[in-house]
Design a protein around this ligand. Structure first.
Ligand SMILES: *[C@@H]1O[C@H](CO)[C@@H](O)[C@H](O)[C@H]1NC(C)=O
Ligand SMILES: *[C@@H]1O[C@H](CO)[C@@H](O)[C@H](O)[C@H]1NC(C)=O
Length: 325
């Protein structure tokens, strides 16, 4: 059960942080609360907000999370995650290609797809290290409804360290990098065009320096766009304990959730539903191996957004949204 709470905690933390940074002023009392008392997070992740965990089969767990909580923006997600806690569960990077989609969102909504790489430290929130990289549409942050490339990091559960994009020191841009965190992704057209732009992302721990590099490619071999220095982290300085990837959307309170991925469900099939392809786990020596087996699955509510099993290094995910808490 612990691995389930870890991933939900990882995701919840990064969303809470994201929301706080976007609406920090209105939520100042709640920031205080989060710093001093983890029970908000605890409730968000485990508890008074109703979470049912159903074992579907040995390596697939469906999490139906969160009841009504008027305080927070609510993330809905559809994710896969690597196994956690075993002697071989040490991770050094992930590579994948994913489609990027346009949706008209309103302030208070956001939608994206990402990779999470994290280490839960000694179990205390203050030791939680994470890196989060992907694309999102986030009108409140950018003042537009385009997909943007984003990064996020922390080494203390988002209390005093880390930020989104370049809001604080932490992400070091490589010279000549093709994109900066926060930049809009070029030429994104509608799924109806049948021409779905793809980005290739790679997050990996450099064997020599120990820094966590981020690679980005737009219909091309990904190139290094920058790194999170090893020295920014505690536990992630050595390795990650778990990695997750998939889609996530947020809406405020009683607003319906926006579309995830292309807006189609996995059952709508390849070409309509959004995909992650060429999934590869990067080894400590920099070599990689395709993810051929299915992994743990976490879905907030299958009615609005879902995720298909991993098949030969690829999976479909997404959905129309319109879920209301
Ligand atoms: C945290 O908050 C909960 C309820 O909001 C309260 O019962 C608990 O005593 C608090 N813990 C601390 C350490 O302040
Ligand atoms: C993006 O990737 C998907 C899945 O592999 C593929 O079907 C699609 O043709 C790609 N788009 C472009 C423009 O190459």
């Amino acid at each position: 059960m612990f691995k389930v709470t870890l991933i939900l905690r990882a995701i919840a933390l990064s969303f809470i942080f994201h929301a706080l940074r976007t609406r920090g002023v209105q939520l100042r009392p709640t920031i205080q609360e989060l710093k001093e008392n983890d029970s908000v997070l605890h409730d968000f992740v485990h508890g008074s907000t109703k979470q049912n965990l159903k074992s579907l089969n040995s390596n697939s767990i469906e999490a139906i999370t969160f009841g009504h909580d008027p305080t927070w923006d609510k993330p809905f997600f559809a994710l896969h995650a690597t196994s956690y806690g075993g002697p071989d569960d040490n991770y050094y990077g992930l590579h994948t290609t994913m489609g990027v989609y346009n949706h008209k969102l309103t302030p208070g909504q956001w939608s994206g797809a990402a990779i999470w790489v994290y280490h839960d430290g000694d179990g205390a929130k203050s030791s939680f290290n994470s890196i989060h990289v992907g694309w999102h549409i986030h009108p409140e942050r950018y003042g537009d409804s385009h997909p943007h490339f984003f990064t996020q990091w922390t080494r203390d559960g988002h209390v005093a360290t880390g930020c989104v994009n370049m809001d604080c020191p932490g992400f070091v841009r490589a010279s000549g990098s093709v994109i900066a965190p926060g930049d809009a992704i070029q030429q994104v057209s509608d799924v109806a065009d049948g021409h779905i732009p793809n980005i290739t992302l790679r997050v990996l721990k450099d064997q020599k320096s120990g820094d966590w590099w981020v690679y980005y490619g737009f219909h091309s071999v990904p190139t290094g766009v920058g790194y999170f220095p090893r020295s920014s982290f505690t536990y992630l300085a050595d390795k990650a304990k778990q990695m997750a990837f998939g889609g996530a959307v947020v809406s405020i309170m009683e607003d319906p959730t926006p579309p995830m991925g292309s807006g189609f469900l996995p059952n709508d099939g390849l070409g309509r539903a959004a995909a992650f392809t060429d999934l590869r786990i990067i080894n400590q020596d920099g070599s990689s191996k395709p993810i051929l087996e299915d992994l743990l699955k976490f879905v907030t509510d299958e009615k609005c957004h879902s995720i298909a099993p991993i098949n030969n290094g690829a999976f479909l995910y997404g959905g129309p949204g319109n879920c209301v808490r």
